[in-house]
Each structure stands twice: as C-alpha cells, then as structure tokens.
Design a binder for this molecule. Structure first.
Ligand code: URA
Length: 209
C-alpha cells in the first residue's frame, strides 16, 4: 500500500512559506522551488540501496558505502514539474529524465498525451514523478497510468503542496505509489486552485499569466 509522507523539515517548511507569498517574484519563486525539490530528493532517496567498497584514505584502508547503482528516472509532468527537475538532479546526477504532458479531451474526458518521451529502460528504473501541485490529482493519475502502460513498476510521486482530493485519488487509483509532500492544504476552490496554496505554479515559475 502506498504511503503519504509529509516532509516537515524546518528548511522545507521555511521555504514553502516564502514560495506561497504573493510578493515572491518569478526569480525567487523558481529558486525556492528548485531548493525545496533538492531537499525533498534527499528524503525520497533515503531507501536507496548501498554497497560496501574498499577504499584507501590517506591514513588507511577501509570499507565504505557507495550507492549500489539503482537506476533512477525523474519524470516532470509538463509544464510546472520542470521547475523541480534540476533540484533533484543535483543530488542524483546520473538519473535520466522522462517528460510527460497530458490534457483531458473536453468531449471524451479521456487523457490525451500530447508529449511523452521516456528512457528506454523505464521498466528497470525507479521513477520519481514530480509536479508542484497535487490538486484534483487527475494529471498525476493519468501520468502514472501512462508510465505503467509503458512498463514502469516502481513509481514515487513528489509534490510540494497537495489538496486532500488529490491525495485520495492517488491512494485509490495507484495504491502502490508512495507520495512525498511538503504540505497538505485545506481544499480546492471552485476554480480548482488549492486553498491556501500558492496560485498557479506554472505561471509563477515562468512569469506567465
Ligand atoms: N495547479 C496549480 O498550479 N495551482 C493550483 O492551486 C492547482 C493546480
């Protein structure tokens, strides 16, 4: 069963507070999202396997741990997920990056993938799907559906802020997916924004309106 982890480290909470503020401009917003994603990557990789190797220090020989080569993929959901990629890559520089962009066809209500490009060994990688806002959860659910259809079996979802509605949907539709969050907010409003939230993450990252 997938678990929900709220990463309430003081550094993360401090930065999330500044991210939320209306007066935080595009440059600072982008830097803060990047920093929080990096800090969250630290927690999300806590269970990576390590293996012992023998090394020489200037003083002696010793056994010490290195990552045992587990392959990671980072998958931003376009477009706002892009803002979290570099922060994660800083800690896992050998990760491959897949991209997924979807929308719901207004007539059929079926998800349409307008862009998808994944590493070709997706089934062997542990995937970290990133998107700053988990609102209804629809995009994340559809993105994870697409990844599983292509053979992915180990998926984690990392978001900055979630609404209870989004958490419930992911737990119901993808109970095997662990969810990592910096904050759980109160609700969605009638326009689908998370309350209190931070507004439109994509617009705030890229200075659009
Ligand atoms: N997407 C956003 O960027 N913000 C919200 O509040 C909800 C969805």
């Amino acid at each position: 069963m997938g678990n929900v982890f709220v990463l309430d480290h003081p550094l993360i909470q401090h930065k999330i507070t500044h991210i939320r503020k209306t007066e935080t401009g595009t440059k600072d917003f982008r830097e803060l999202v990047d920093e929080v994603a990096g800090l969250m990557a630290y927690e999300i990789t806590r269970d990576l396997p390590v293996t012992e190797v023998t090394i020489d220090t200037p003083v002696t020989t010793m056994q010490s741990n290195v990552l045992s080569g587990k392959r990671i993929g980072i998958v931003p959901i376009l477009r706002a997920g892009l803002g979290m990629v570099e922060g994660v890559l800083r800690h896992i520089p050998t990760a491959k990056v897949g991209h997924v962009g979807l929308y719901r066809d207004p007539e059929t209500l079926q998800p349409v993938e307008y862009y998808i490009k994944m590493p070709n060994d997706i089934e062997e990688r542990e995937l970290i799907v990133v998107d700053p806002m988990l609102a209804t959860g629809g995009s994340a659910k559809d993105a994870i559906d697409s990844l599983k259809k292509r053979g992915a079996t180990k998926i984690k979802l990392m978001c900055l802020i979630a609404a209870p509605e989004g958490i419930d949907l992911i737990k119901k539709e993808h109970p095997d997916v662990d969810l990592y969050l910096a904050a759980i907010d109160e609700k969605l409003n009638e326009k689908g924004y998370i309350v209190p939230g931070l507004g439109d993450a994509g617009d705030r990252l890229y200075g659009t309106k």
